[in-house]
Write a protein that binds this ligand. Structure first.
Ligand code: SAM
Length: 262
C-alpha cells in the first residue's frame, strides 16, 4: 500500500465519475502523443492508456514507478516512465515526429503555477494541456481584463494559449481530500500568437512591473520602465490600474521598449 506523501502534493483521484469526465474532456486518440505529469497510482493513466494505447509519464516519487510498471505491464514499451522532476524535464525530447504533445495531469498543487510557466516556455511543442488545479488558480488563469484576479499568471497563459475553465471538482473526489475545490483547465497553445512580443523577456518584465502594486496606477508602477508621456503616446491611459489593460496593451508597451533599446 502506498501512503500519500504531502511533500509530493499527492491527492489521488478515486471518484470514477470524475475520472471519466476528465477523460471525455481530453478525448484521447490512438495517434496522440500523450504525456502525463504525476501519474501517481495510475487513476488517469489507466483510462488514458485504454483509449490511446501509449503514453509517456513523468513521476518524481520513486516508489511509484514499480507499482505502475506492474500495473501496466501488458502495454510493454508503449508505457514509458521518466523518473524525474517535471519542472526540469525537457519536453521537446518526447517529440519523435511532427506530432505535438498532448500533456495532462492532476498536478501537485505546490508546484502547479511554476510548472505551468515552465510548460509555456515549451508551447511550440504542445498541442494542448488539460490540468487539474486548485480552482482559485484556474480562475486566475482564465480571468480577463477588469476582473480582480486578472494578473501575471492569466496574462502569460493567455499570451500563449486559448484558456478554457472546464468544470469544478470537489474535495471528496480525492484521497486524501484537499481543503479546497479543484477545477479542470484546458490550455491550447496558439499556432499563431494573436499579439506578438518582439522580445518575450521584455514582455514578462512589463507585465511583472505593471502589477508591482495592483492597487496603484500604471503611472506609478511603470515609472521604472517608461514615463507618463510615453504611455499616453502609446494610447494608454496612465491613470488606469494594471488590471484594466488587455494583453495587446502589454504587448504594445513591450514592443515600444524593445524598439527603443535598438
Ligand atoms: N494522477 C494521480 C491521480 O490523479 O490520482 C496523482 C495526482 S497527485 C495530485 C500528483 C502527482 O504528481 C503525484 O503522483 C506526485 O508524486 C507527482 N509529483 C509531485 N511533484 C512532481 C514533480 N516535480 N515532477 C513529477 N511528478 C511530481
Amino acid at each position: 500500500m502506498h501512503k500519500a506523501r504531502k511533500r509530493f502534493g499527492q491527492n489521488f483521484l478515486h471518484d470514477h465519475g470524475i475520472i471519466r469526465r476528465i477523460i471525455r474532456a481530453i478525448s484521447p486518440h490512438e495517434s496522440d502523443q500523450l504525456v502525463e505529469i504525476g501519474p501517481g497510482l495510475g487513476a488517469l493513466t489507466e483510462e488514458l492508456l485504454a483509449e490511446a494505447g501509449a503514453l509517456d509519464a513523468i513521476e518524481l516519487d520513486r516508489d511509484l514507478p514499480p507499482i505502475l510498471r506492474t500495473k501496466f505491464f501488458n502495454y510493454g514499451d508503449k508505457f514509458r516512465i521518466h523518473e524525474t522532476d517535471a519542472m526540469k524535464f525537457d519536453y521537446a525530447q518526447l517529440r519523435t515526429s511532427d506530432k505535438r504533445l498532448r500533456i495532462v495531469g492532476n498536478l501537485p498543487y505546490n508546484i502547479s503555477t511554476q510548472l505551468i510557466f515552465h510548460l509555456l516556455s515549451h508551447a511550440e511543442h504542445v498541442e494542448d494541456m488539460h490540468f487539474m488545479l486548485q480552482k482559485e488558480v484556474v480562475d486566475r488563469m482564465a480571468a480577463g481584463p477588469g476582473e480582480n484576479n486578472y494578473g501575471r499568471l492569466g496574462i502569460m497563459a493567455q499570451y500563449y494559449c486559448k484558456v478554457e475553465s472546464l468544470f469544478v471538482v470537489p474535495p471528496g473526489a480525492f484521497n486524501p481530500a484537499p481543503k479546497v475545490d479543484s477545477a479542470i483547465i484546458r490550455l491550447t497553445p496558439y499556432r499563431e500568437l494573436p499579439y506578438v512580443a518582439k522580445e518575450v523577456s521584455q514582455f514578462e518584465t512589463v507585465v511583472r512591473t505593471a502589477f508591482t502594486m495592483r492597487r496603484k496606477t500604471l503611472r506609478n508602477n511603470m515609472k521604472p520602465l517608461l514615463s507618463t508621456d510615453e504611455l499616453e503616446g502609446l494610447g494608454i491611459d496612465p491613470s488606469l490600474r494594471p488590471e484594466k489593460l488587455a494583453i495587446s496593451d502589454f504587448v504594445t508597451i513591450s514592443n515600444y521598449l524593445t524598439d527603443k533599446k535598438a
